[in-house]
Design a protein. Structure first.
Length: 214
C-alpha cells in the first residue's frame, strides 16, 4: 500500500481534496513525511488551506535565538563591568570631620567633668519638675542637690502646669546656698543638652547672683 501512495503538493491544496486525503490517512498510504505535511493535510480535511512558511518560521527562530544570545552577552558584560568596578553609580563620599569644640565648659556635657575643686552642676527637667545636682565625677559623688520635689519649693509653688521661670530661679537660689554652705564656690555648668534660655537660663543666672561662679 505504501508503494501506491499518492504524492500531494501541500502548498497547492485547495481544500477540495479532503475526502481523498482523509481516506488515504485512514488507510495509511498518504505520503506525509513531516509534521508540517500532516498539519497541512489535517487543515485541508477541516476545509481550509494551510499556509506553511518554513523559511519565515526558521528565520524568526534564528532571530529570537540571536536576540537571546545578545541579551545574555550584554548582561554578562554588565556583570563583568560591575565586578571590575570601572563605573560607579555614585562617587565616593568624602567624610568630613567635625571641628573640635572650644574649651567652654558650659556647652558640652561630655567635657564637663566635675572635680573636687570644681564640681559639675547638671540640670534635668521634665514636664512637671526641675532637678539640679552638683557632682564630683572624679569620686562619683553627689555633693548637693535641689528640685521641685523638695521643701520648701514643693510647698511654695504650683506645678500643675510644670515648672515656671520663677520656680527655676528659686532652684538656682537654693542650690547656690547649698554649695556655699559646703565651701563650693566654682562649678562647671552642665545644661544637659537643653538650650540656654528660659528656665535653664533663669536657674543659672540666679545661681550666679547668689555666689556661684561658672
Amino acid at each position: 500500500m505504501q508503494d501506491n501512495a499518492k504524492e500531494y503538493d501541500i502548498e497547492a491544496l485547495t481544500g477540495h481534496e479532503s475526502e481523498y486525503i482523509e481516506m488515504d490517512l485512514m488507510l495509511g498510504v498518504a505520503d506525509l513525511h513531516t509534521p508540517e505535511a500532516v498539519a497541512a493535510a489535517e487543515s485541508a480535511i477541516a476545509g481550509c488551506q494551510p499556509v506553511i512558511s518554513l523559511a519565515d518560521s526558521s528565520s524568526e527562530t534564528e532571530s529570537e535565538d540571536s536576540s537571546d544570545d545578545s541579551s545574555h552577552d550584554s548582561s554578562d558584560s554588565d556583570t563583568d563591568g560591575d565586578d571590575d568596578g570601572d563605573h560607579l553609580m555614585c562617587p565616593p563620599t568624602e567624610l568630613k570631620r567635625s571641628k573640635p569644640l572650644d574649651d567652654d565648659s558650659s556647652t558640652e556635657p561630655s567635657r564637663n567633668k566635675g572635680t573636687t575643686e570644681r564640681p559639675r552642676l547638671c540640670v534635668f527637667r521634665s514636664n512637671k519638675h526641675l532637678y539640679v545636682q552638683v557632682i564630683d565625677d572624679s569620686k562619683m559623688h553627689t555633693l548637693a542637690s535641689a528640685s521641685t520635689m523638695q521643701k520648701p519649693i514643693s510647698e511654695e509653688f504650683d506645678f500643675s502646669s510644670g515648672p515656671t521661670i520663677d520656680v527655676a530661679k528659686k532652684i538656682g537660689e537654693v542650690i547656690a546656698k547649698a554649695c556655699l554652705e559646703k565651701g563650693i564656690t566654682k562649678v562647671a555648668f552642665d545644661r544637659g543638652g537643653y538650650s540656654y534660655h528660659g528656665r535653664v537660663q533663669a536657674l543659672a543666672d540666679e545661681a550666679r547672683e547668689n555666689g556661684l561662679q561658672f
